[in-house]
Each structure stands twice: as structure tokens, then as C-alpha cells.
Ligand binder design. Structure first.
Ligand code: PLP
Length: 232
């Protein structure tokens, strides 16, 4: 399938998921995850109108960022080592993987130096899978309170990864729990401004995530393919 076909297909599935859950299509941002594809394919996606790009490793992201920085909004979606903060902050527009105090401190210091404010999502490990990064739901409130002192970090929402399930439906409780957590945090006014974003849903489960309130879906394989898988 060509990228144009895949994009049309994803758009249709997204539209249907929005219809089912009585949501506006515009309330969901597609992020094209380009970690498995070449610079050329990433450029093709942006030309086709998917102007938000997600990457999870700086060395792989770099050539794409160089090629597309004028044309796309960049989302850092992978676990971020503190010593990579200097590479990523100032280039990526959003960080989806804020999950510890030392990282917050490093991002804040770098952003201060650059004179910018960085919109961040807190990564939450809702499912409790050992292999997944992120705070537990219980740790999220105190963590957000602790972010108050970092005036260069703007918490805008929560991010999670659901466990891979062959039946996408089985991911629903994870997405529902993240939405509930966001609502609770907003009810308690934990952050200065309400959290508005839910980054959840990938190729395998994005329709369920949208039905449960996702505002950002991170789509790799289903949208841009995975031509580089196995190559690395
Ligand atoms: C790779 C990746 C994705 C996209 O994965 P697909 O299943 O190919 O859509 C989304 N989010 C994160 C954090 C990723 O690392």
C-alpha cells in the first residue's frame, strides 16, 4: 500500500472512531512515528499533510529533523536520557516521556538557557508492565506537584503505552484509566492550567484510544509503514 492509501485508510478509521464517541475529528492530532522509516518516507508523510512527527531516539531522528524542521512539529516520544536533553530540547516541540525528577531538572535547565518553555506530557505506566517506562498512577499527582518549581516546563497532559494485545478491545481499560487520572488531577487543580492532552493509541489500538479520549495518537506502522524494521 502507498502512503497515500494508508493515510486515507487511517483517516477513515479515525473518522469512524470519532463518530462512535461523538467527538470532532479536529480534537485528535495524528503524530506520524517515523522511527521505522527513511528520511524520504518521513518527507513524503509531511508532504501528504501529516505535519506532526514523532521519534524516540535522537541519532535516528536527527537527519529527519534536519530535513523537516521548517515543515513539521516534532514530538519526542521515547525514553529520554538526561545526557541527551541538550540535543533534544530546543529542537523537539513536545516531550511525551517526562517520567522522573532528574529529567525535569535537566529539561528545565536547558530550556532556561535557551529562553524557551517546553510543553511536556507525563508518561504513566497504567498497565504496570515491567518493560514499560513511566510513573505509576499513584506517583503522578505528587510528581506534578513537584514540577511546580520548574517554570520552564509546561505540563499539558498524560501519555501512556498500552500492552500489545492481539484484540485491541483489551486495551480499553488502560486508556480509560489514563483519562480518569487526567480528570482527577484537573478536579484537584494539581497543575496551574488544566491538563488537556492524552497521548495514547498506536497502530494496533488507536481507534479504542480515540473512543476513550485520546487527543494525540502516535502512528508508526499503520501510517508510514516499517521499511527499516530489522535493519536498525
Ligand atoms: C514506536 C512507537 C509508536 C508507534 O508504533 P506503531 O505500533 O508502529 O504505531 C508509538 N509510540 C511510541 C512511544 C513508540 O515508541
Amino acid at each position: 500500500m502507498t502512503l497515500q492509501h494508508r493515510l486515507r485508510d487511517v483517516e477513515e478509521r479515525l473518522r469512524q472512531a470519532c463518530l462512535r464517541s461523538d467527538r470532532q475529528r479536529e480534537s485528535v492530532q495524528i503524530i506520524a512515528v517515523t522511527k521505522y522509516v527513511s528520511v524520504a518516507t518521513a518527507e513524503e508523510a509531511v508532504r501528504a499533510g501529516v505535519t506532526h512527527v514523532g521519534e524516540n531516539r535522537w541519532p535516528d531522528a536527527r537527519p529527519k529533523w534536519e530535513a523537516l524542521k521548517e515543515h513539521a512539529v516534532f514530538h519526542y516520544i521515547g525514553s529520554l536520557q538526561t545526557n541527551k536533553v541538550k540535543d533534544v530540547i530546543g529542537k523537539f516541540d513536545y516531550v511525551h516521556s517526562l517520567d522522573r525528577e532528574s529529567l525535569a531538572e535537566a529539561i528545565n535547565a536547558r530550556a532556561e538557557k535557551l529562553g524557551i518553555v517546553v510543553p511536556c506530557l507525563i508518561q504513566v505506566n497504567v498497565s504496570g508492565e515491567q518493560s514499560k517506562h513511566g510513573l505509576t498512577p499513584e506517583q503522578t499527582l505528587p510528581f506534578l506537584q513537584g514540577l511546580d518549581k520548574y517554570d520552564r516546563i509546561r505540563p499539558i497532559g498524560l501519555m501512556t503505552m498500552a500492552p500489545y494485545e492481539s484484540m485491541a478491545e483489551e486495551t480499553r481499560p488502560v486508556f480509560r484509566a489514563l483519562k480518569q487520572l487526567k480528570d482527577e488531577l484537573n478536579d484537584k487543580a494539581v497543575t496551574k492550567a488544566p491538563l488537556t492532552e492524552l497521548s495514547m493509541g498506536m497502530s494496533n489500538d488507536f481507534e479504542v484510544a480515540v473512543e476513550e479520549g485520546a487527543t494525540m495518537v502516535r502512528l508508526g506502522t499503520v501510517l508510514v509503514g516499517n521499511e527499516k524494521i530489522g535493519v536498525d
